[in-house]
Design a protein. Structure first.
Length: 236
């Protein structure tokens, strides 16, 4: 069964891993943690362990059964390169992505060091889009790590954007996503911070996707940036 997604920049989610642990400031108000606890309380078997890192081998082959091509966000409820997941399981996920070539898989991680450890063992077909999350100046190193990989399509998710990233180098990047934090306790994203990324992306002719301003009620603030929606995608 394909799981449709309300995430603006993807069509579906595929979660052969659920659960995670906090690694940086962007994790403070993790949406996946809140949702996992809610699903556990509702009696969902898949989330019986709540937000503990858990593998789900029974869904590994799901994308092979989806006939209609779609953009698939991989492990939206976890981190593909979490330290508690074996190398073998991670590589097995990537083999499924290689074999389901009619889909575009969007893999997003904060664990760029583990990513680099496995980089040479992964077959980076062009249907696998690899991204890192960068929320503040302390996480800029993830961009450098991303550039060292063999991924054909590289992207950055600046969400939740918590800082003005003035020393930004987007050379070799193919897609940029920007978004504010949402939900209870959401921290404010300043327009000036978005402007810095937008101008850099425009200078390098990189597709720009503005996801949301965020806030406790993200729908209220909406998706308009400079009076329009930006929903650009790379073409590969």
């Amino acid at each position: 069964m394909a799981y449709s997604s309300s995430i603006e920049w993807t069509d579906a989610t595929w979660n052969p891993i659920t659960g995670c642990s906090k690694i940086s400031d962007g994790c403070k108000h993790c949406y996946a943690e809140r949702l996992s606890k809610r699903l556990k309380a509702m009696g969902s078997q898949k989330y019986i362990n709540g937000f503990e890192v858990t593998t789900h081998k029974e869904v590994l082959s799901e994308p092979l059964m989806w006939k209609k091509p779609r953009n698939v966000f991989v492990n939206s409820m976890s981190d593909t390169f979490h330290e508690n997941i074996s190398d073998e399981y991670i590589l097995e996920m990537f083999k499924v992505m290689n074999n389901a070539a009619h889909h575009k898989f969007q893999v997003l991680t904060k664990r760029s060091s583990r990513l680099l450890d496995l980089n040479k063992r992964i077959n980076w077909t062009n249907n696998i889009w690899l991204g890192v999350t960068v929320e503040d100046s302390n996480s800029l190193f993830r961009i450098k790590d991303l550039k060292k990989t063999g991924a054909i399509v590289k992207f950055i998710s600046f969400e939740p954007l918590l800082d003005n990233l003035k020393k930004l180098n987007l050379d070799g990047i193919h897609w940029v996503i920007v978004g504010g934090e949402s939900g209870a306790g959401a921290r404010i994203m300043e327009k000036e911070w978005v402007d810095t990324i937008f101008h850099e992306a425009r200078e390098k002719k990189i597709p720009f996707f503005f996801k949301q301003w965020g806030g406790v009620n993200k729908k209220k603030k909406g998706r308009l940036y400079n009076g329009q929606e930006y929903s650009e995608y790379p073409i590969f």
